[in-house]
Ligand binder design. Structure first.
Ligand SMILES: Cc1ncc(COP(=O)(O)O)c(C=O)c1O
Length: 369
């Protein structure tokens, strides 16, 4: 008997969107010595968060607060908004899924950049909506082209990440403010600010929750070092938050994540420490790559895209690094896929990476560009 899948599920190919480092380790029978491919933080947790989380483990027999009340209250204070303008869920990835489900009917259009962070695309496919892509411009997402495509295709949702993954590039707060002002009336801007805390200078425009055309996405996975806990949030007009509350998984956030996130927000010393460590690691990777005469794409994130000149060189480098127990990824789409994406890891990971990189460069079959 055929399984009674929906038409949408029947129409989709069986895919594994993200091949995780654990999968590669199982395939290769070896553990990675440097895990610098998934934009995880190498600089750990806030000590206060670690303590709060250890305490929360002992309460694991209890469900967590489905309203995420304390955390939303702390986040509201941090961002100068009302707690009814915040929805907490299992990371930006999950919130992107809720957003598509909340805003789109099958067949309606969503605009994103070709080669941008892809999770939204899987949700768009999974809910039967339609994806329209615009190219990057000089390794940057192109706000003007995204807005023009949204108007032209009568899109209900347009996505941009600032700073961007996979390139690490960014736009100023002024440019993004202009983009927000230009969003067509029928459309909502999903502004993914997963990496905003890493920016050397603030690049997030002022938060204005009176605007129903923009949703701001934030996460504890990156600078706060809690990727494994799966917790993030959106800031938006309270009517949009009501929409999320109609469909979200109300017990989806576990107690450990909730308590850790709350302690992280309240630890004022932690983010400056992370930012300083990331800046130093960024300078070190930049110097190393430039020492090999490769172009480094300016980054405001915890990774750096290094232009190896051709897709062939980048692909070979990634595969050889993986063989040498360095987990790294590269952008999937031309022309971004001339680059490798180097995560800003620990001192030890940098040593392992540079040793492997130097060895690969010396190989006879490595051709530059
Ligand atoms: C741009 C961007 N948004 C969102 C995410 C995922 O965030 P979360 O862990 O909160 O789901 C990532 C992770 O790499 C990312 O690069």
């Amino acid at each position: 008997m055929p399984i009674p899948f929906t038409e949408i599920v029947n129409s989709l190919p069986a895919t594994t969107p993200f091949v995780g480092p654990e999968t590669l380790e199982r395939q290769q029978g070896k553990i990675f010595r440097a895990r610098i491919g998934a934009n995880e933080s190498a600089f750990g947790l806030s000590p206060a968060a670690a303590m709060a989380m250890r305490e929360a483990v002992a309460e694991s027999h209890l469900y967590a607060d489905p309203e995420n009340y304390d955390l939303r209250q702390a986040l509201a204070l941090k961002h100068g908004v009302h707690m009814d303008e915040i929805c907490v869920d299992a990371g930006i990835d999950s919130l992107l899924g809720l957003t598509v489900r909340m805003l789109l009917e099958p067949g309606q259009n969503v605009v994103t950049s070709l080669g941008a962070y892809p999770t939204l695309n899987y949700h768009v496919a999974g809910f039967g909506a339609n994806l329209v892509t615009v190219p990057y411009k000089d390794f940057h997402e192109d706000p003007e082209a995204l807005i023009n495509a949204s108007a032209q295709h009568h899109a209900k949702l347009v996505y941009i990440a600032n700073p961007d993954n996979p390139m690490g590039t960014w736009h100023t707060a002024e440019t993004i403010s202009q983009m927000i002002a230009d969003v067509p009336e029928h459309c909502v801007l999903a502004l993914d600010e997963a990496y905003t805390e890493f920016a050397e200078n603030p690049i997030a425009p002022r938060i204005d929750t009176s605007n129903k055309n923009v949703i701001r996405f934030r996460t504890f996975s990156k600078a706060y070092g809690m990727a494994g806990q799966r917790i993030g949030y959106v800031i938006a007009h309270k009517d949009i938050i009501t929409g999320y509350n109609k469909i979200r998984n109300h017990f989806g956030i576990n107690r450990v994540a909730q308590k850790g996130a709350l302690a992280s927000v309240q630890d004022a010393d932690f983010l400056p420490m992370v930012r300083a460590s990331v800046s130093a690691a960024r300078a070190r990777v930049t110097e190393f790559a430039q020492g090999h005469s490769f172009t480094v794409v300016p980054s405001n994130t915890n990774f750096v895209a290094v232009d190896l000149g051709s897709t062939e060189s980048a692909t070979l480098m990634i595969s050889e690094l993986n063989k040498r127990q360095v987990f790294m990824r590269m952008p999937g789409v031309a022309p971004l896929n001339r680059c490798i994406r180097v995560g800003l890891g620990t001192d030890r990971e940098f040593e392992v990476f540079t040793h492997a990189f130097n060895e690969i460069i010396k190989q006879k079959n490595f051709v530059r560009g």
